[in-house]
Design a protein around this ligand. Structure first.
Ligand code: NAP
Length: 215
């Protein structure tokens, strides 16, 4: 498939590489498509990797991944052109965080809204699915933990888009995917990022992930 990725940070580049390993073609979009980090990413990922503007990547993708800094997300989507997302599955990996000097981040939109819902409002024609936001990017692809595969929670309004994202997650090694309901489920998933960060700050490591146990 053709995948457009909006975002050149570790999340965008890691997911971009994951899709290329899966056999997809990936275009990463940026305000600076010829930056050194993107040249390096293209060189490492071969002929199925390309870069362009945010609009180029949004047009290119049959599926589009959002991996932008929260405070830049609205601007990135405006640059990408909301019409370029119409009818597409949009994987929202963002977290709406406010950063503080001496404390963990907090939720930029509070507890009765979420980034996932805001993105769905900005892209009314798209099928937004929140995913990948609850774990560090180093574990996005083939997560390998002694306790077995962690759990990925997803949320979104469109059942077919969630099926598509679940298949991608399975291909990436996330065999346990839990559907947390409509996109308002992002209100539950985004605070999990803060919990993940607090544990990382306290423990000095980023090698952890959530797992739901059942019997
Ligand atoms: N880091 C992780 O392990 C992790 C894990 C899960 C979820 N997340 C979430 O995933 C998202 C991406 O995180 P990241 O650490 O990879 O990168 P990041 O530094 O949070 O975001 C980088 C991207 O944001 C874009 N951006 C920043 N300001 C912008 C603006 N004013 N207008 C347009 N675009 C702007 C940049 O565009 P240019 O390329 O044009 O500079 C770049 O592509 C964040 O929302 C983060 O909370 C992070």
């Amino acid at each position: 498939m053709r995948i457009g990725v909006l975002g050149t940070g570790p999340v965008g580049r890691m997911l971009g590489g994951g899709f290329i390993s899966r056999g997809d073609e990936v275009m990463i979009g940026s305000r600076e498509p010829d930056s050194d980090k993107l040249k390096e990413w293209k060189a490492a990922n071969g002929p199925r990797a390309s870069t362009g503007s945010f609009a180029d990547a949004a047009k290119f993708g049959e599926i589009v991944v959002l991996a932008t800094l929260w405070s830049g997300t609205e601007s990135a989507l405006k640059l990408a052109g909301p019409g370029n997302f119409k009818g597409k599955t949009v994987i929202d990996a963002t977290n709406p965080l406010l950063f503080h000097d001496d404390a963990p981040p907090s939720l930029a939109l509070g507890w009765d809204d979420s980034g996932g819902e805001q993105i769905q409002r900005w892209l009314p024609g798209a099928h937004v699915v929140k995913a990948f936001n609850i774990v560090g990017n180093a574990h996005f692809i083939k997560p390998d933990f002694p306790g077995g595969p962690p759990t990925m929670f997803i949320a979104g309004n469109d059942a077919r888009a969630k099926e598509t994202v679940t298949k991608i997650l399975h291909d990436f090694g996330w065999s346990d995917v839990i559907d947390a309901g409509g996109i308002e489920g992002a209100r539950l998933l985004e605070p999990m990022c803060i919990l993940w960060v607090v544990y990382a700050m306290d423990g000095g490591s980023r090698d952890h992930a959530f797992k739901l146990l059942r019997k």
